[in-house]
Write a protein that binds this ligand. Sequence first.
Ligand SMILES: [Zn+2]
Length: 387
Amino acid sequence: MFEVKLVVQVRLLPTPEQAAALATTLRAANDAATWVSMLAHHRRVFRNYDLRKHTYGQIKDDYKLAAQAAQHVIKKVTDAYATLHANVRHGNLGRPGSARRERVLAEPIVFRPGAAQPFDDRCLSWQMDARTVSIWTTGGRMKSVAFTASADQLTTLSAYRKGESDLLYRDGMWFLIATCEIPDRPVATPDGFLGVDLGIANLATTSGGVRHSGKGLNAVRHRHRELRRRLQAKQTKSAKRLLKRRRRAEARFAANTNHTIAKRIVTEATRTGQGIALEDLQGIRDRVRLRKPQRVTLHSWSFHQLGGFIAYKAAREGVAVVHVDPAYTSQACSSCGHVDKRNRPGQATFSCTSCGFAEHADVNAARNIASRGVAGWAVSHAADDAA
Ligand SMILES: [Zn+2]
């Protein structure tokens, strides 16, 4: 049986006293990590076991960290260097001797005061009914720290949360990021396929005729672009900080939108007993013809996220998912199969020059994706039968 791993991010709502204790604790852990990192860098000691010998006692004494927290600090540092060294090996930081690579390797890794710190079940416990956590701090165990989560997140957390959660501070907010392991349900044999067409005016359109508008998200993106244009003129530190915060806010808004759409699409599929056919996104760059490269990147990133959300929600519900080749789905008639550029007299309309079939352009494309899903499923299961 497969397992889907995903993270659930919940926002903590600490009282001012609780927030102060969290801040002191997180700062202590990250100060300790920076100190361990400097020692590792200068003595060229990067293995957990060796580093522990040199630092464990002092972390506990100097930074007032408990045994588990001290171990997590050491592991965090060794993980960070392992990632850095892997990046160097793979040439991600440039060739040997390149300025960038030398600059990165010359200095030890530094941890921000609010950087993520893992808490395991001995240091953090969840009271789901009360929506609170109890968490270890440098000032002792702190109970009843409130958090907010959607009903969906609460269900996932109660049933599947496993292992460590990361505490972090970002944009003036406290977050816990919990890891959940969800067992796959066996996939039911679908009764046809629900095709999903991805786009910009409509973020997603199903072959059932449901259109998920991109109006809200596009408005946020537009406002953000305007703001960026104004702020980029001034190169001040506060302008840069504001931009960074807005970028994250936009990413959160996009993720929320994608979650909602994914949920509705999976619900539509389960209600009708259909599988879900998604476009294979390899070719998305060719299909979304936009002039500005960064907009292509933005949208293709968002499409991948939406596709990922649909895939894992479908897996959770036992809904079959197939990926299909999206070539010509917008120009082909979903009724007779005739392919012609002139089938698309306008951005939103499809009208077949051969058989006269007319439909919203995105719905027509989704219907093509649906029938390719049926064909794709038949082929892959014929192969199963033959094997
Ligand atoms: Zn036709």
